[in-house]
Design a protein around this ligand. Structure first.
Ligand code: CTP
Length: 390
């Protein structure tokens, strides 16, 4: 049995949230409804509390109700925007800010509101943060228009909730207690001149998800951050490492960590002689000589102890990617390589989801497409499995 917060926001689909609460109670879960004022115009809060077989908390801190999962169904465009931007102007958004765990949302709104660039951008912010979306479904909307905007069916939402609860590590919050975990994330930038750099498309979201999950499991986490395009997690020591040389220096200085996870896309080459001023154009071509950088993962692997768990990522676009990932594991003395097929556009760079193969000692495990938070949990499950064999 899990403790679930069910947020209900104002929309005609609020009546379907009654069924969702019933399904979750029957699962059985311990359900606590949080009904916004706008939702109360459609269905009385008492209905939800009666279905959840509970009563409203009367103390000053209903938003600090601890829970294993938060589900918001239906989610209006307004609350979606408030969640994306961290507003805390009612009990639901306050509870969302105080909640540290999986979040499932089922948007329901007019099709044009859903398709508006502002809503899509807000939804992307939430996805990047690991929030799982169910729907909206296509179909005829209450106002007679047709398109995506209908809330997903309660049965489908309940299924996703069950899946998320199963995916959230049961050992969370203590299984890595006392362990020092070093994670690198993002993509390095190598100076070409005073304003230009050679970089790559890594946003850092995968590495950040790993750092966050390690912290959730109680580890003492240091994040080497290379130009992150995503927010840094709380409770983690962040060291800015914008270049390959920075990552090399800071990683080697912490090479005694219990677990090292090199998720950063580290440049393999840097300009041999970066210009200190901005290069002015003169109509002729510009030839830049690149020299190799240190392979940090290989350097860590060359000096590692047997007790340490060393993890690398392999971003490959060619057909023989998996084979190359296996080779990298041996060449860099890593325990685990997370193989990522970057030839596909629906996973990996710039996307909230990923699908990987964990290439470990003797075993290869395919992790189906899932939010990066879930992939991070699978990577750390494997790290813990390796640790247990030492
Ligand atoms: N890596 C590193 N230092 C580098 C380059 C890569 O530590 N200078 C690490 C990455 O953090 C990642 C792993 O090595 O964990 C694999 O990186 P990838 O770029 O996929 O492979 P490379 O070894 O660089 O090989 P190639 O570019 O030829 O595929």
């Amino acid at each position: 049995m899990a403790r679930i917060l069910v947020g209900v926001t104002g929309g005609i689909a609020a009546y379907k949230a009654c069924t969702l609460v019933r399904l979750l109670v029957r699962a059985p879960h311990d359900v606590y409804p949080i009904v916004t004022e706008a939702a109360a115009r459609f269905v009385a809060p008492e209905t939800f509390f009666a279905l959840a077989r509970t009563t409203p908390r009367r103390d000053a801190y209903p938003h600090l109700e601890r829970a294993d999962l938060l589900v918001v169904a239906p989610l209006t465009a307004n609350t979606l925007a408030r969640l994306a931007h961290g507003l805390a102007d009612d009990v639901l958004t306050e509870a969302a800010l105080a909640h540290d765990g999986p979040v499932v949302v089922a948007p329901a709104m007019n099709v044009r509101m859903w398709q508006h660039a502002a809503t899509q951008a807000n939804a992307e912010i939430l996805r990047q943060r690991g929030v799982v979306f169910v729907g909206p479904a296509e179909g005829e909307l209450a106002e007679g228009e047709v398109g995506p905007g209908r809330m997903a069916e309660p049965e489908e939402i309940a299924e996703v909730v069950a899946r998320e609860l199963a995916g959230a590590s049961p050992r969370a919050s203590s299984s890595l207690a006392g362990r020092r975990v070093l994670v690198s994330a993002g993509g390095t930038r190598e100076q070409l001149d005073a304003v230009r750099f050679l970089g790559n498309r890594s946003s850092g979201s995968m590495g950040v998800a790993v750092a966050e999950e390690a912290r959730r499991r109680g580890a003492e986490v240091t994040l080497l951050a290379a130009n992150l395009a995503v927010p840094v997690p709380t409770g983690v020591t962040v060291v800015e490492t914008p270049t390959a040389a920075d990552i090399e220096r800071e990683a080697l200085a912490r090479a005694d960590a219990d677990v090292v996870i090199m998720a950063a896309a580290v440049a393999d080459y840097r300009p041999a002689a970066p210009e200190t001023a901005k290069r002015a154009k003169d109509g002729s071509s510009w030839t830049v000589e690149l020299t190799p950088t240190t392979d940090v993962l290989a350097a860590l692997g060359a000096n590692r102890t047997d007790r340490q768990v060393l993890v690398g990522f392999a971003a490959e676009s060619a057909g023989n990617g998996l084979e190359r990932a296996r080779e990298k594991k041996v060449a860099k003395s890593a325990d685990l390589i997370v193989f990522n097929d970057i030839g596909r556009s629906d996973i990996g760079f710039d996307t909230a989801e990923n699908e990987v193969v964990l290439v470990s000692n003797g075993a290869e495990q395919h992790i189906a497409k899932a939010p990066k938070r879930r992939i991070a949990a699978a990577v750390l499950d494997e790290v813990e499995r390796i640790m247990a064999t030492r």
